[in-house]
Design a protein around this ligand. Structure first.
Ligand SMILES: [Zn+2]
Length: 425
């Protein structure tokens, strides 16, 4: 019953709200084609600070004397510390402006939005937004900070004023979720990262089950909604050998908070608003999960149903000559794993899909642990064999519908041998 009551809230936020407007499009429509400068971000924050729902202040100062600012947007009648909280960290890399634009547009929208979905969301969730985590890098349009340090490799050491400022804000506010927004260079040397992706701490063995469950449900919802918006996405779950100097792992593994790294693919004529749209949709889905599904521990999330036909449509349907044939059922077939020719030492897991039944995303799993959720072909995953247990492992590929129901799967038992080879079955 609870789920049935809550489900429309997701639909209202992400698809349509009563006035007929569309929230994602509204927010993205505010994004300029030219990125904000540091001075423009600061001026905008000053302006927003004067409005009832927004508070802005400095959380630190960079090597070159610029301000690391944080804005909190919340229901004006609520104490934001009493609400659930999402911390959004944008542009640790100064040459990746899409996160700043997405965060500023989200902030502006929720600062003023009077739609039912916005008002309801802000009664539950406060957005803690750090729109420009690396102002010195942004001013110079370069990756590192004022001393050339890559901030997203500094989270173990916390040696820089920017990372220390954000850590301090985290400890002060104790957010329930952390989102870190980046852009993936068009010339990325990582062949398995050819598209937008999310990385999350997911099913890491060091995590409590409730935390893994929360990340799992949320990443499934991100995949579902990205597919609905026709946005390609791979959602990778961190594995034990991954670099722990990264922000989302610091907050995820260190502070044990669900944490998501978003990388928006650049290049191929993708404009700044298009790249930022990916971030905007991702932030909205996570905000909804936190607002309406935070306390669920079941592995599946009940999604809102697709709206039925409007009353006027029923006559038309009644005179339609025949219903179209049902779609051919989906079938997933795992191929033989092979050496990944583009990444040395890796094994390529791949699957073929037959049938035309619709599905939301496909997972690759080892011994029941999800490695990736992907919503767009090619259906493959570049596996690091060193993360595999020794001996036989069960590899599975599973297709899920939007409600989280597995509708087709294939699995096989293999022994994966590094590098890039497999033996036996
Ligand atoms: Zn980055």
């Amino acid at each position: 019953m609870m789920k049935r009551l809550l489900a429309p809230a997701i639909l209202a936020l992400c698809v349509a709200w009563p006035a007929g407007a569309e929230i994602v499009a509204d927010i993205v429509g505010q994004i300029p084609r030219q990125a904000h400068s540091y001075a423009q971000v600061m001026a905008a924050l000053q302006e927003l600070h004067a409005t009832p729902r927004v508070d802005c202040w400095s959380i630190g100062t960079t090597h070159q004397g610029r301000t690391v600012a944080m804005a909190v947007v919340h229901d004006a009648d609520s104490d934001p510390r009493e609400l659930r909280k999402i911390m959004i960290i944008a542009r640790q890399h100064g040459n990746e402006p899409a996160g700043t634009e997405a965060a500023m547009a989200l902030l502006r929208h929720f600062a003023a939005g009077e739609g039912r979905a916005e008002v309801a969301l802000l009664r539950r969730v406060a957005l803690l937004i750090i729109p420009m985590a690396n102002p010195d890098g942004a001013a110079a349009s370069r990756r590192g900070n004022g001393r050339g340090v890559d901030l997203n490799r500094d989270w173990a050491a916390l040696s820089q004023p920017e990372t220390r400022a954000i850590e301090g804000a985290f400890l002060d506010w104790r957010p329930d979720v952390v989102i870190d927004l980046h852009e993936l260079p068009a010339s990325s040397s990582k062949p398995s990262y050819q598209e937008n992706f999310v990385e999350t701490i997911g099913t890491h063995a060091a995590l409590p089950a409730a935390l893994s469950g929360s990340c799992g449900r949320t990443s499934a919802q991100i995949s579902v909604w990205m597919k609905r918006y026709d946005i390609p996405l791979n959602c990778y779950y961190d594995t034990p050998g991954d670099d722990t100097r990264l922000c989302h792992r610091h907050f995820g593994l260190g502070h044990q908070v669900p944490s998501y790294l978003f990388e928006s693919k650049t290049g191929r004529g993708r404009s700044l608003p298009e790249r930022a749209a990916y971030h905007v949709l991702g932030m909205l889905v996570i905000a909804n999960q936190l607002a309406y599904h935070h306390d669920e521990f079941a592995p599946r999330v009940q999604m809102a149903a697709t709206p039925g036909p409007a009353p006027g449509d029923s006559r038309e349907a009644a005179v339609a000559p025949e219903a179209p044939p049902p779609p051919a059922p989906l079938a997933v077939t795992l191929g033989d794993p092979c050496a990944d020719e583009e990444r040395e030492g890796r094994t390529l897991l791949w699957a073929e899909i037959a049938g035309d039944e619709d599905f939301a995303y496909l997972t690759f799993e080892i011994n029941g642990r999800v490695l990736v959720l992907t919503n767009r072909a090619p259906w493959q995953y570049s596996l690091d064999p060193t993360i595999c247990p020794e001996g036989p492992v069960e590899i599975a590929a599973r297709a899920y519908d939007a409600s989280g129901r597995c509708i087709a799967a294939d699995r096989r038992t293999l022994t994966i041998v590094a590098p890039g080879a497999n033996l036996g079955q």
